[in-house]
Ligand binder design. Structure first.
Ligand code: FE2
Ligand code: FE2
Length: 180
């Protein structure tokens, strides 16, 4: 029989449940996702962000040539934003009761995107674009997976995804500028 309690837990139950296991902080009995899987996926996203930060930093310092100044500025901006994403993801992992994996051991293997140095400015931009496209695809899958089971993590990854799409667009414009 359908009644309102099928949609919303009554307030007494909510209050009672909130008092149980308060050591779990933000994770209430209403948390519907598989926490272990969410933390594992977030640690992969964290590794991806760190590898992207390092790759953009490398490209920033190594940018040479006629277009180098504008391109290097873009690399520096992206590096800073990837670092910000890494911090936001690490913060969410802790909020979920997990531990952010910041170990350099196995970092490249945990990351979805690769660390490619690239020889020319065009190479660097191309590799960054490939990495952004990998992140876009994998974050989209994560967003779908989190769905309504963990809306906070989903929203975080949606915001990061939107930024990666901006990055990809910036890089396409830079590439077009190079070919002129
Ligand atoms: Fe990012
Ligand atoms: Fe990015």
């Amino acid at each position: 029989m359908a009644n309102e309690s099928a949609f919303i837990t009554d307030i007494q139950t909510l209050r009672k449940r909130a008092r149980e296991h308060i050591e779990n902080g933000a994770i209430t009995p209403g948390y519907a996702a598989d926490r272990g899987t969410v933390i594992k996926l977030l640690n992969e996203a964290l590794a991806t962000e760190i590898v992207c930060t390092l790759r953009y930093k490398r490209h920033y310092f190594m940018a040479k040539g006629i277009n180098a100044e504008a391109v290097a500025a873009e690399f520096a901006e992206h590096a800073a934003e990837e670092q910000e994403h890494a911090d936001q993801i690490a913060q969410r992992i802790v909020q979920l009761g997990g531990e952010p994996d910041l170990s350099p051991q196995g970092l490249a293997a945990r990351s979805h995107a690769e660390y490619v140095e690239g020889d020319s400015l065009t190479d660097m931009i191309t590799e960054d674009l490939v990495a952004e496209r990998i992140a876009i695809d994998s974050y989209k899958e994560m967003v779908n997976y989190f769905g309504s089971q963990d809306p906070t993590t989903r929203r975080l990854m949606e915001q990061i995804l939107a930024k990666e799409e901006e990055h990809a667009e910036d890089l396409v414009s830079l590439l077009e500028g190079m070919e002129r």
